[in-house]
Design a binder for this molecule. Structure first.
Ligand SMILES: Cc1cc2nc3c(=O)[nH]c(=O)nc-3n(C[C@H](O)[C@H](O)[C@H](O)COP(=O)(O)OP(=O)(O)OC[C@H]3O[C@@H](n4cnc5c(N)ncnc54)[C@H](O)[C@@H]3O)c2cc1C
Length: 490
């Protein structure tokens, strides 16, 4: 009989959550992790970026304090202290996860796991790796120093993802970094080019721009955050431009070269040019982290991009082997990894559950913040829905006025006949918190009428969902209805 009921490989928000749930279900669980628990999210992603973005936000608020009747002098950024604060938060949270694993009776094994069969891994000491602040990162390959063999009845692969390399010349020059490398910067760069205008790229762009860096974002698509509703991407582009960030869309980087003390990024597209920079941050995507994992020995296949295909119970094609999180390529988000982890653990514990991806909220922590759930207007129309759209501006909310943060809007996509909510898209203050109402609306198949009838506290940012729903019903209260004929209202 195997020593463990379940072996989890990888301790990110997918793996550690799965391990805890499985232990709570009474399984004997082992988790192998080659770095610190918490994965990319806690160590190199969600949390450290948001900690630093908060510093940028505080800097901007204090810098504009006189607008609020507060006098300040000589407001400065202490970048070393910004990084120290971030490191402290990451340390606390990763220790917290280690403590939770221990408290739930999960056996944590430090090292690099490599499959020797579908239910067996050999754990090796993790190899040496570059050191950024916060600790070692992505040991390229395990050492050949074996630690132990682990066998279990069921296995969950939760090894996550790593930054995808940029396939252009000069991408390996010193000063060309990924998101991970950005955590190693000890000084605020004077000139930064960010390649890729999706969530990771625009968060770093906004952060350094707030600290005074001259930032250019180069994006291949015709707008920033191209996965978002088209109006959101356009609005972020306008906002970034207004903040002094240069936005270069419909542009492709053809190569990077040395230029004097810095770097030159050659860009092709509607506006071909060369951009000079001190640092070039590549944020063009992620690839599955399956290096030296021995998937062949487990018999687990991958798709053309290297991700592990799974069904709605997170089963791979191999019996007793499951995969969750970024390595499945479903939606590269921490909360999706965690929900997949909960589902896989429950399935393994004998529960009849499956995962449903149709209401996944996502947030991008730029200023203004972005969040969305469900279908974009274009996707809804392409799927054959006859839709109504409803928009409401933050500027018309008393709360936004009093806080002094009025940029942006909320947009609802709903079915034209029954008014069922199909998608919610927000750019503006607290978007990442407000989106939960949208996710709940889609999950519960709520309609515009139900959103409008729900009493929302005043004065709050949350009122925007109700006000947008009223607008979609043609009954707006706090904005003027659109005119149809001179003097008439629609
Ligand atoms: C800059 C940045 C910002 C982000 N911000 C957000 C955000 O705001 N919100 C959000 O939802 N998502 C965000 N993400 C994405 C989020 O971090 C990932 O979706 C999430 O971490 C995926 O979790 P996971 O458990 O699948 O894998 P990971 O978090 O990648 O964890 C995998 C773990 O497996 C370990 N591992 C890999 N191979 C082995 C092996 N062979 N043996 C032992 N251990 C192994 C790794 O060391 C790692 O700890 C961000 C990502 C980045 C890069």
């Amino acid at each position: 009989m195997p020593q463990f009921d379940l072996l989890v490989v990888g301790g990110g928000p997918g793996g550690y959550v799965a391990a805890i749930r499985a232990a709570q279900r009474g399984l004997r669980v082992a988790l192998v992790e080659k770095e610190r628990p918490g994965g990319v999210c806690l160590n190199w992603g969600c949390i450290p970026t948001k900690a630093m973005l908060r510093s940028a936000e505080v800097f901007q608020i204090v810098d504009s304090a006189k607008d609020f009747g507060i006098t300040t002098e000589n407001v400065q950024v202490d970048f070393a202290a910004v990084r120290e604060r971030k490191n402290g938060i990451v340390d606390e949270l990763t220790h917290g996860v280690a403590g939770l694993l221990q408290a739930n009776g999960v056996t944590v094994i430090e090292g690099h796991a490599r499959f020797t069969g579908p239910s067996t891994v050999e754990v090796f000491r993790a190899g040496p790796s570059p050191v950024f602040d916060g600790g070692p990162r992505y040991a390229a390959a395990p050492t050949d120093i074996p630690i132990r063999t682990v066998e279990a009845t069921d296995v969950i692969i939760a090894t996550g993802s790593v930054p995808a390399p940029l396939p252009v010349s000069g991408a390996d020059l010193p000063g060309v970094i990924t998101s991970d490398g950005a955590f190693g910067l000890t000084e605020i760069p004077e000139r930064l080019v960010v390649i890729g205008g999706s969530a990771v790229g625009v968060e770093w762009a906004g952060l350094f721009a707030a600290f005074g860096t001259a930032v250019t974002v180069v994006e291949m698509q015709d707008r920033l955050v191209p996965a978002e509703d088209a109006e959101i991407g356009a609005a972020l582009g306008r906002s970034f431009t207004g903040r002094g960030i240069t936005v270069s869309t419909s542009s492709t980087v053809t190569g990077i070269e040395r230029s004097g003390d810095g770097l030159r990024v050659n860009v092709d597209g509607t506006d071909p040019r060369a951009l000079d920079a001190d640092i070039v941050l590549v944020g063009v995507g992620r690839r599955p982290n399956t290096a030296a994992l021995g998937l062949d020995a487990a018999g687990v296949g991958t798709d053309a991009r290297g991700f592990i295909p799974v069904d709605d119970r997170l089963r791979t094609g191999v019996e007793h082997v499951y995969a969750i999180g970024d390595v499945t390529g479903k939606a590269l988000l921490a909360h999706v990894a965690s929900h997949q982890g909960l589902t896989a653990a429950d399935v393994i514990a004998g529960h009849d559950v499956h995962i449903d991806y149709h209401a996944i909220p996502a947030a991008t922590f730029t200023h203004p913040e972005i969040a969305s759930v469900g279908l974009t207007e274009a996707a809804a129309r392409a799927a054959g829905h006859d839709v109504v759209t409803a928009k409401f501006p933050f500027a018309a909310l008393g709360r936004a006025r009093s806080v002094g943060d009025t940029e942006g809007f909320l947009k609802i996509i709903a079915g034209a006949r029954h008014h069922e909510v199909l998608g919610v898209h927000i750019i503006g203050p607290s978007a990442s918190d407000l989106i939960t109402e949208g996710a709940l609306a889609i999950t519960l198949e709520a309609t515009l009428d139900e959103l409008a009838h729900t009493i929302h506290a005043h004065p709050t940012f949350g009122e925007i969902g109700m006000e947008a729903a009223l607008t979609g019903l043609g009954l707006p209260i706090h904005i003027a209805p659109p005119r149809t004929r001179r003097g008439d209202r629609a």
